[in-house]
Design a protein around this ligand. Sequence first.
Ligand code: BTN
Length: 262
Amino acid sequence: MGLFDKEKIISYLSIEDKIKLTEIEIFPTIESTNQYLLEKNSLSGQVCIAEQQTQGRGRRGKTWLSPPTGNLYFSVAWRFQKKLNHPWGCLGLIAGLSVAQVIESLIHQPVKIKWPNDILIGEEKIAGILVESNLSADDLTVVIGIGLNILLPQEYRQIISYPVTDLESFKSSFCEHNQLVAKLIHILFANLTLFAQIGFETFHDQWLRYAKYINQPVKLLNDKTEMCGKMVGIAKDGALLLEQDGIITPVYSGEFSLRPQL
Ligand code: BTN
């Protein structure tokens, strides 16, 4: 018997959530929940959950290690009209904010977001987000993939090259798995709907409250370059604002990774 149950998840949703939800599919194993929804040309509000991924995808072309049973591998498709005027780059930040809000409601610990969307407790990563998209003639379909560590076996923690944690480590307040998925669907649907209506501005200040390394010296790395400076904020379009010698430059998330400058 798997961890996730479709009927139970649906039973925790509100009427508005149920209207926006097109379908939930739950797989014991799949290559990648993101890939599945992208290939399927999904409708808005389509959710795919897996108990294991054999080719889990991470940001910047990395692999997302996905051990069997214990963690959540979740993707949702959302369609926006192309003519909508908001910068799409913000979607990863909104997804990160949504995941941080869900985790914070479950554990009595401060949750932080490392730009653009790594979810940390202290210095340890508990969830990662990968946003991918399909552009058709009329619409933009975005697939938001979330990997959330619920119970990460010790042997996997040793393989992962950065510090990690899981929800079970904060057991005292952790809720049931299906209720957790329902909370995630509820907050994501509400935030994505609001974003389509009024854009990122309404989330800007909330996001900053979760920001790890804000007003601290940071390094921004990709395969070719390294930029050092102070993270002084995020722009209305989701870019990180990096101050170097008194000049503030917007940096877009695409291929960059953020580190503290030690
Ligand atoms: C990261 O590198 O931090 C992003 C990880 C995103 C992993 C999730 S798990 C569900 C979805 N399917 C995938 O193949 N990747 C995302």
